[in-house]
Design a protein around this ligand. Structure first.
Ligand code: NOJ
Ligand code: CA
Length: 603
């Protein structure tokens, strides 16, 4: 008997539901949807064989970046510096450190990037200078309470002899945030003054209420804008202004905020409670009277005006560990900065509902001010995302990993990292990549103490490994000494043997390699206009505990964070996958997305 029953309509699993972010048909200013690659110069490529990466090294690898398909490069500091915090201690804001080359080398690199249609963003470190900066030398040479000291935060100590620090603040790298000067004859009854340093004692904080400080940094901006840079990444953008009176504060100041129960105060460690709050907060925000004071916004309004004097859409990106996202969005109001790193996203664990929450909260907050979201998964301050996601508990955020710590599962971590990256790169907005993630590099987890250089390791007296493990020189060539970092075997930090597997030349042209997956993702993202698209959750998985799935323009992105394969609609056209996609053996061929895998489908 033939059935007259109509066939049951199949629910199209790629059907889009709730719109989270409305896209636009046309791209806007370049930074709104740019993929920006972070170069950490000392570890990218070594041009002269001394074991330390440099600017000629960057120039020599521009074709790698062009092939990868990024829109811009951000360079961490290469300015004159005693390198106490790897260049985040600047002695001269207008010159290149001889370690990295010359201004002419910089100009050549900039021209090379521009010739390949890539923009260049440089780092600006306004919260503090090096103690080798002329201003600080002048402050030390001058008398207490002199104008030379007024550009920094010098104070008399507490107690009858002034020998207690002016307040109880702790350095983000551990230990007190104040250092006392050596005695001098004109000190007076309270003895030598103290100076504030939120970071290392070699990084004195500037006083941003001082007009000369403001004027100087506007000139520094102009110096680099005149040379042709396309933007600035602003270090500790939430720290410039401190609360009036520098009140005591009993919380901990941390780079990646969170508890470090009973441990050293400077911790990147954070146990995220399952189920993020509705606003997407993960504990990544720095609190306290030294952060996110309203006065910082005046500084960025002034800088916005400086950039606006120049052609070509120059931009400012905030490194501001601020939560909730609605508070972070204040840095990217229309007359302030242009982007702000989304550290709430970076610090969300491998958890589908928590990721949906943070993504939705990010668009809500940024749409309110008309700014793009700025996605990021790795940088030079955090454990590389394959190693974070390969940890037994991927919601824990350690400040570096010791050989004696439980070790991340390298294979699982890489699988998840690639899935996380495709989840990120399918979304509208801008995205930052950290050098080496396109190779799938893990954290170096067995660096011996004697090679470590991060001040956080020393200031916590070895309690925290610190950030050296994510700063290891890149492997370019599997068979060469130093894995091709430079012309010699010298590398300022030792590379693990596993780097042979990750070397760039072992991945170029190899289908399914991490490099080729990134390259394909960037090409598809560009071709499909995903950067300026919209985002709507796919109905079928809108509240799934295991799957994050959304549609952006003509692409559906399905990330499987669970343990069971996800069956795709029959005939689904897979554009891209972060790992092998299984074929079902049933009569109707259907692809299945294995655990810890993301696919991009034609929608
Ligand atoms: C944030 C930078 O990314 C980090 O590397 C540095 O140590 C601190 N700011 C201090 O400048
Ligand atoms: Ca070098």
């Amino acid at each position: 008997m033939t059935s007259t029953q109509p066939t049951t309509p199949t629910l199209d699993p790629t059907r889009a539901g709730a719109v989270v972010h409305a896209g636009s048909d046309a791209a806007g200013q370049w930074w709104r949807d740019a993929v920006i690659y972070q170069v950490y110069p000392r570890s990218f490529a070594d041009g002269n064989g001394d074991g330390i990466g440099d600017i000629p090294g960057v120039t020599s690898k521009l074709d790698h970046l062009a092939t990868l398909g990024v829109d811009a490069v951000w360079l961490s500091p290469f300015y004159r510096s005693p390198q106490k915090d790897a260049g985040y201690d600047v002695a001269d804001y207008r010159d290149v450190d001889p370690l990295f080359g010359t201004l002419a080398d910089f100009d050549e690199m900039l021209a090379g990037a521009h010739a390949r249609d890539m923009r260049v963003v440089v780092d600006l470190v306004p919260n503090h200078t090096s103690d080798q900066h002329v201003w600080f030398a002048a402050a030390l040479a001058a008398a207490p309470r002199s104008p030379e000291r007024a550009r920094y935060v010098f104070r008399d100590g507490r107690g009858p002899a002034g020998d207690e620090p002016p307040n109880n603040w702790q350095s983000i790298f551990g230990g007190p945030a104040w250092t006392r000067l050596a005695p001098r004859d004109d000190d007076g009854p309270l003895g030598p003054q103290w100076y504030l340093h939120l970071f290392d004692s070699s990084q004195p904080d500037l006083d941003w209420t001082h007009p000369e400080v403001r004027a100087e940094f506007e000139e520094v901006l102009r110096f680099w804008l005149d040379r042709g840079v396309d933007g600035f990444r602003v270090d500790v953008a939430h720290g410039l202004i401190k609360a009036e009176g520098l009140p005591d504060w009993d919380g901990h100041v941390e780079m990646v905020a969170g508890s470090s129960e009973g441990g050293a105060p400077a911790s990147f460690e954070k146990d995220v409670e399952p189920g993020a709050p509705e606003d997407g907060s993960t504990g990544a925000g720095n609190a306290g009277p030294m952060f996110d004071q309203d006065g910082v916004h005046d500084v960025y309004r002034a800088w916005h005006q400086v950039l606006a004097e120049y052609d070509g859409d120059r931009c400012l990106v905030a490194e501001a560990w601020v939560e909730p996202l609605s508070r972070l969005a204040r840095y990217v109001r229309p007359d302030e900065m242009h982007q702000a790193f989304n550290f709430s996203f970076l610090t969300t664990g491998w958890d589908a509902p928590a990721l949906r929450t943070v993504v939705a909260a990010s668009y809500r907050a940024n749409d309110e001010v008309g700014a793009p979201t700025t996605w990021v998964l790795s940088n030079h301050d955090v454990v590389r995302h394959p190693s974070r996601l390969g940890a037994a508990d991927p919601s824990v955020r350690p400040n570096g990993i010791f050989a004696t710590d439980p070790q991340p599962d390298e294979e699982l971590g890489l699988r998840r990292a690639r899935a996380a990256t495709l989840l990120m790169l399918g979304m509208p907005g801008s995205a930052y990549l950290y050098q080496g993630e396109e190779l799938g590099l893990p954290e170096h987890t067995s660096l011996p103490a004697e090679v470590r250089q991060d001040p956080a390791f020393f200031r916590t007296e070895g309690a925290e490994a610190g950030r050296d493990g994510c700063r290891v020189p890149l492997p370019w060539s599997a068979a060469a000494p130093g894995y091709g970092f430079g012309a010699t075997a010298e590398t300022w930090l030792p590379q693990p043997e596993s780097f042979a597997r990750y070397a760039a030349d072992a991945q170029y042209g190899v289908e399914g390699s991490t490099f080729e997956t990134y390259r394909a993702a960037l090409a598809t993202r560009r071709a499909e206009g995903l950067g300026h698209g919209g985002l709507a959750w796919l109905d079928a998985w809108a509240s799934s505990p295991d799957v994050v799935a959304y549609r952006n323009r003509g692409v559906a992105v399905i990330a499987n964070l669970g343990t069971e394969p996800v069956v795709l609609p029959a005939g689904a056209e897979v554009l891209l996958a972060s790992g092998p996609v299984l074929s079902d053996r049933s009569a109707v061929p259907q692809a299945r997305v294995p655990a810890d895998t993301t696919v991009w489908l034609r929608a």
